[in-house]
Design a protein around this ligand. Structure first.
Ligand code: 6PG
Length: 240
């Protein structure tokens, strides 16, 4: 596992601009070398701000979004058009704006009643396309240390034989979700954590300092093969 690097930005807006700029630079470099990058997106307000900046900055970046393959680290198992869906938020904020076409949303209740079947289907799809060898995974972090829908103390944290699993009694609503597991997230070249706000200062410190177990702070269980970067604002960094 790579050692986490920390990049501190003055505030949430600066963080969003920085992450969007770095993401577009990276995608452009991969495409310039004839690659077709796969990325995984997150929900949450910090990710949403990054997505807004991606919409704004993409036109001048030269990135061809039809040659970027888009996945999610987790999503809520609710109707496909629900505003609660991470995918709906991302489509509205940037994917539809930049013209992305290779979008692999996690299954919703529109496709199946069974969240476990949805998770299995997503795992199979991902397995057919590299099993999660993402260029970059972006992850928001909850105040409890959760990433994707991997929550503290939960059995999903110890799943190592599946790359996507169902969550049926999530401590944060809605109760049913689909999440990638550490087995998939840790195959990414880069893992970028996106964290802003004073209410995240304690969890940022718990994740980056000391020896907390990933069962208590799931964010400690994820690292990129080539880099792990925590993009945090000064408020979130205040207890480091
Ligand atoms: C969810 C959210 C959640 C979010 C983090 C960080 O599925 O309930 O998407 O996992 O990503 O809690 O969110 P913020 O960036 O809004 O703090």
């Amino acid at each position: 596992m790579t050692t986490p690097e920390i990049e501190t930005l003055p505030d949430a807006a600066a963080l969003a601009t920085r992450v969007a700029t770095r993401l577009l630079d990276r995608l452009g470099s991969v495409q310039a070398a004839s690659g077709q990058p796969h990325i995984a997106l997150s929900g949450g307000s910090t990710a949403d701000a990054v997505h807004g900046e991606l919409a704004r900055l993409s036109p001048q970046s030269g990135v061809d979004w039809t040659r970027v393959v888009v996945w999610w680290g987790d999503d809520r198992f609710v109707p496909g058009d629900s505003p609660e869906r991470n995918a709906v938020q991302a489509r509205r904020s940037f994917l539809d704006v930049v013209g992305a076409t290779q979008i692999h949303e996690m299954p919703s209740t529109d496709g199946t009643d069974e969240v476990a079947a949805g998770a299995a289907a997503y795992g199979s799809l991902l397995r057919s396309q590299g099993s999660g060898e993402f260029e970059i995974v972006m992850l928001g972090v909850g105040e409890d240390g959760h990433v994707a829908s991997l929550f503290p103390g939960r059995p999903e944290l110890d799943v190592d034989d599946r790359i996507a699993v169902a969550v049926t009694d999530s401590p944060k609503p809605p109760p049913e979700r689909i999440t990638l597991t550490f087995a998939a997230l840790n195959r990414s070249r880069s893992v970028w954590f996106l964290v802003s706000g004073a209410d995240k200062a304690a969890v940022v410190a718990a994740a980056l300092v000391g020896d907390a177990d990933f069962h208590d702070i799931p964010a400690r269980g994820v690292a990129g093969g080539e880099e792990t970067i925590w993009f945090i604002d000064t408020a979130a960094a205040s207890k480091l």
